[in-house]
Design a protein around this ligand. Structure first.
Ligand SMILES: Cc1cc2nc3c(=O)[nH]c(=O)nc-3n(C[C@H](O)[C@H](O)[C@H](O)COP(=O)(O)O)c2cc1C
Length: 387
């Protein structure tokens, strides 16, 4: 009989919420070493980017953030939370930034801590909020492709405020924003990241250019699909020129309606975007909320020649008892190369070990604690085995 190294491990006895249990380790493709271009990864599990509002009021990453990421160093790849490339791109209070020397120094503390904890490579997500921003937070009127306000309210330092109508970006604003993304990417590398992820998902600025509901421009950046993808393609190319395509990833969320965005031509939009970028030699394409049962997933996989990271849709708001492992295995089987998980990593610093052991996962304790400062609900999630 063929034995994997895991078969040779003895059963492990742990206590879970005070109850003793015996766990038999299991082997999995998900946990096998992999590569991202030339970067070796300890496993195929990626920590998805998650904004946690634990930077300081100027967007400088804190020592608490370094501790949080170091706790999760066993992920094959960590994609650190959205960081804004300029002041006007800031979304919410205490979110991270990456456009000033103090931001670079703060992020350096984070990447050093993860390295010291034995972690693998980290990418930093660069996000411009576009209309998802408020003068009470950034001191500036938000910029967007068109003057179409975010429906409803958003968090500001003065509590929830009605979203304001953003200012339509001029050609000069577009060029400056593209340049800010490139400069932010250089800053990320100076801070010790292996690369960056351009955030074109979840209703933020780049997604606002892609979707006709938020892009009503009549110039070269609006109208047809080819024109609506242009800004994203320019940002990706500028970042790739600045730091190298092999250090540049892209995140998209086809069909996602978060932040009030609606696409009426998802099935044309994303194939066109991927076709425009397929030859760029990027580090990866990252699909958020990926559903391998949708035909679009297979089409995008077929169109993308490089590494595909899929963040699978989990079936319920509660985490499945296996932490989403079944969904993770399913997207791998459907052609993804790496699997990104968000909340399972948020609530389980030792998620990789739990997967290896087939152990149950901690639930997210209190959704409110996701976006407030401090260690509670952040760095205090228990491991199966302490020490
Ligand atoms: C607290 C929290 C913060 C998030 N922040 C970001 C972010 O900064 N950038 C991003 O692209 N997605 C963000 N997301 C979405 C996650 O990356 C992920 O796509 C989502 O949680 C679904 O994956 P999951 O079911 O494994 O959690 C966030 C999600 C959560 C729960």
């Amino acid at each position: 009989m063929y034995l994997t190294p895991f078969d040779l491990e003895p059963d492990i006895h742990v206590r879970f919420y005070g109850v003793g249990m015996t766990i038999t380790p299991v082997a999995s493709h998900l946990l096998a070493p992999a590569r991202l271009g030339s970067l070796p990864l300890a496993n195929r599990l990626v920590m998805a980017p998650m904004t946690r509002n634990r930077a300081d009021s100027d967007g400088v990453p804190t020592a608490l953030m370094a501790e949080y990421y170091a706790q999760r160093a066993s992920a094959g790849l960590i994609i650190a939370e959205a960081a804004t490339p300029n002041a006007v791109g800031r979304t919410y209070p205490d979110t991270a930034a990456v456009h000033r020397p103090a931001h670079v120094a703060g992020w350096r503390r984070v990447t050093d801590a993860v390295r010291a904890a034995g972690g693998g490579p980290m990418f930093l997500q660069i996000q411009h909020g576009g209309r998802v921003g408020h003068p009470d937070t950034s001191g500036l009127t938000p910029l967007a492709p068109s003057p179409v306000a975010l429906p409803g309210t958003l968090h500001t330092p003065r509590g929830k405020q009605t979203a304001v109508v953003p200012r339509e970006m001029t050609r000069a604003d577009i060029d400056a924003t593209v340049a800010d993304f490139a400069a932010a990417a250089r800053n990320a590398l100076a801070a010790g990241f292996a690369g960056v992820e351009v955030h074109s998902a979840n209703g933020y600025l780049l997604h606002q250019f892609l979707a006709a509901s938020t892009n009503r421009r009549a110039d070269a950046y609006g109208g047809s699909v080819d024109r609506r993808i242009r800004f994203v393609v320019e940002v990706v190319h500028a970042v790739a020129d600045a730091i190298g395509p092999e250090r540049t990833g892209l995140r998209v969320s086809p069909g996602n309606t978060v932040n009030g965005i609606t696409e009426d031509d998802t099935d044309e939009l994303y194939p066109a975007l991927l076709a425009a970028l397929a030859d760029s030699g990027l580090a990866y394409l990252h699909i958020a909320f990926a559903d391998p049962r949708r035909p679009l997933f297979g089409r995008l996989r077929a169109l993308w020649p490089g590494t595909l990271i899929a963040n699978p849709v989990l079936p319920t708001d509660r985490l499945p008892a296996d932490g989403g492992r079944q969904q993770a295995e399913r997207v791998l089987a459907a052609g993804a190369d790496l699997v990104a998980l968000g909340r399972p990593f948020l609530a389980n610093p030792d998620l990789v070990e739990r997967f290896r052991l087939g152990a149950p996962v901690n639930q997210v304790r209190d959704a409110y604690l996701m976006y407030v400062g401090g260690p509670t609900g952040y760095t205090d999630y228990p491991r199966l085995r302490q020490g």
